[in-house]
Design a binder for this molecule. Sequence first.
Ligand code: SF4
Length: 368
Amino acid sequence: MATPNFELFQPKIPNPPAAEPRPGEGKAARRLGVLPMPSLEWNPQVEKETAHLYERVKKVVPPVEWPFFAPYVKAINALKKERNAVLLAHNYQTPEIYNCVADFVGDSLQLAKEAGKTDADIIVQGGVHFMAETSKLLNPDKTVLIPDIKAGCSLASSITGADVRLLRQRYPGVPVVTYVNTSADVKAESDICCTSSNAVQVVESFGTDRVICIPDEYLARWVATQTKVKIIAWKGHCEVHERFTAAELRDYRVANPGVQILAHPECPPEVIDEADFTGSTSALIDYVRKHSPRKVVMVTECSMADNVAAEAPNTEFIRPCNLCPHMKRITLPKILDSLVYLREEVEIDPAIAALARRAVERMIALKN
Ligand code: SF4
């Protein structure tokens, strides 16, 4: 259905492919030193020491898989103490990471803010590159590591800082709101950031009749349905959420009478129209905690249902499984490597970081 206060900006020049994140240069390893690789043997001692952690995931991790995970879980938890490190795990990380080695779990902004409250020297990001950049922006004095530097994001790579400058030329004076799922380069060109949970509030905070809201077209379309402000959007999509269809959701309703459908706003509009509730990953988790629905479909990345299922025994989860290939680059072996060899370190040009930090901090100040 057409939304009268919505305009999609179509750039006349092709969007250049996003640059690959630069490999870490090993500076952290030179500063802090490499440690020996711990033993990864599965034995009765490891079984005993990790039994309480297996309890948390036994519904979603079969017993036959635990002997592979447990030695890594034990080694990572020991190395975090030795390094004075914390591991931040996004809601889309796999259950053995989310439940067994993470110190903080949540959406990208919650993670970065939590990390800032710790006295850890090192932050290991269980998530994708833009999240690690946000952690570095808010914790400039800490060493921030991402276990796989190629963990990207289709939304973040849909737009560059040059594209934002082009938008400013095309729409002079119109404020630019950028979703946190973007590179530091893009944040640096923006007036303020937003998340999927505060996007409407951020858009309305300017008091203007038009706002540029980028790069997620579907999030922007959803915002346009919630406000009178005219939204100028960009054609970026999350490759995970755009695969859901309304027909698929209707089939779930027919097959599961009474099911509650919870969708993330990165989904296409017809999917959101079909849902009972739309919200950020944290809002979806809160919904399950608060309402304890008998049956639920979480229309978002596949691992989230596994993670919430571990703490919601009275809810049956119907599981469409759209995996994020970028999130799945982060594994226990790579997290261990990261802690042993201190790679890959996330670094941001100080001039870009100062501007990008301002955009993130404006959003945080607004929220508070
Ligand atoms: S789920 Fe979508 S938005 Fe999130 S990291 Fe993957 S591609 Fe990016």
